[in-house]
Design a protein around this ligand. Sequence first.
Ligand SMILES: C[S@@+](CC[C@H](N)C(=O)[O-])C[C@H]1O[C@@H](n2cnc3c(N)ncnc32)[C@H](O)[C@@H]1O
Ligand SMILES: [Zn+2]
Length: 313
Amino acid sequence: MELNTRENYIFPEQLINVLICPKCKSADLRFAKDEAFCNNCGQHFPVVDGFFNFDWQPRSNSNLKDLVTNANEELHDSYADYYEKSDLNQVFTEESFLHTEKLLSESAKKYGKERLLDLGCGTGFIINVSQKHFDEIYGIDVSRKSLKLASKYNAHLVCGSVYSTPFSNDSFNVITANATLHHLYDFHAFFEEVYRILKPGGVLLIDHDPNAIFRRYFGWQKLLRRMMLRKKRKNIVNCDKEVAQYADYHQFKTSGIKPKKVKALLAKSGFKNVEVFYTFPLKPDQFTQILIGISRYIDSPSLRYLVGFIAQK
Ligand SMILES: C[S@@+](CC[C@H](N)C(=O)[O-])C[C@H]1O[C@@H](n2cnc3c(N)ncnc32)[C@H](O)[C@@H]1O
Ligand SMILES: [Zn+2]
C-alpha cells in the first residue's frame, strides 16, 4: 500500500519536509509505509528496524574511507549498550556535560533554535542535552543499534552516512558532531556536505576529538589510555580489534586531530569565523591526576587532551 504521508500521518511531517534523495538530491520523494522512493532516480530507501535507511551507497573494504565507515557501523552496533551506560558517564566529567549544554544553549540563542542536526548521533548524548533548547532535533548515524537507543528522546532519526545525508540544502541552524570527527576518514567530503545542509548564518559545532598537539608532547599518555580502554571494553566489545581501531580512526591510526589542518579545511569548504578551542574533560582516574591538575591552570593547547571547532556559514 502506498501512501502520500503529507495527507496520511505516518512519518512526521517535519522530517519529510527536510528530506531529499541523498543520491540525486531531488526533493521528489514518495513515501510508502515501509520505504521512501525517489521519483527522479528510482532509488528505494527501505525502513529497516524502524528507521529510514538512507545509507544507500555500496561500500567496499578495499577503499579506506568505506572501510572506516563499515568499521564504525560494526563497532557501534556491537557496543551501543556499553557506550551509553559506561563510556560517557565513566570517562567525562560533570563539568564537561555543563560545557556541552552551555555551547548548545548559547548556539540556540545566537543562531536560532528552529532546527538542530546531530551528525553521528550515536546513542543520543547531544540529542538528550538539546531537548529543551531546540524546537526540532534531527540525528543521523550508520549504527542502527545506536539509533534505537537514541530513539527514547524526542528527535527525528535516520540511518545514513554523514558524507551523503538525505537533508535539503540550507536546513539547519545548528549542526553538531560530537566525538564524531575522529571517526571519519574524509574530512573534506564531510565538511562540504555539512556546508550544503547548514543554513546561511548557521553554525557547525565540533567537539570532543583527540588533539594532535597534546599527543605530540604527551604521546605516552595515549598508550596508557589505550591500555585502560582496552581492558575495560575487553569483555564488552564483541568486535575484532582491527575493526575497533579503524572505527576510532584518528584515535588509533593517526596522531590525532590536527587543529590547523582542520581549520584550513573548514575554510576551504566555505566556513567562516572558524574558532578552535581546547578542553581536558576527563575524570582524573582516566589519566594521571597531575596532568589534569596542571592543565587547569596553564592555558596551552599542548596541555589539552581534546579539541573542538566552531564554524559559521
Ligand atoms: C564516538 S561515537 C559519538 C556518538 C555521539 N555523537 C556522542 O556524542 O555520544 C561516533 C559515532 O559516529 C558514528 N559514525 C561514524 N562514521 C559515520 C558515518 N560515516 N556516518 C554516520 N555516522 C557515523 C558512529 O556510528 C558513532 O555512533
Ligand atoms: Zn534520487
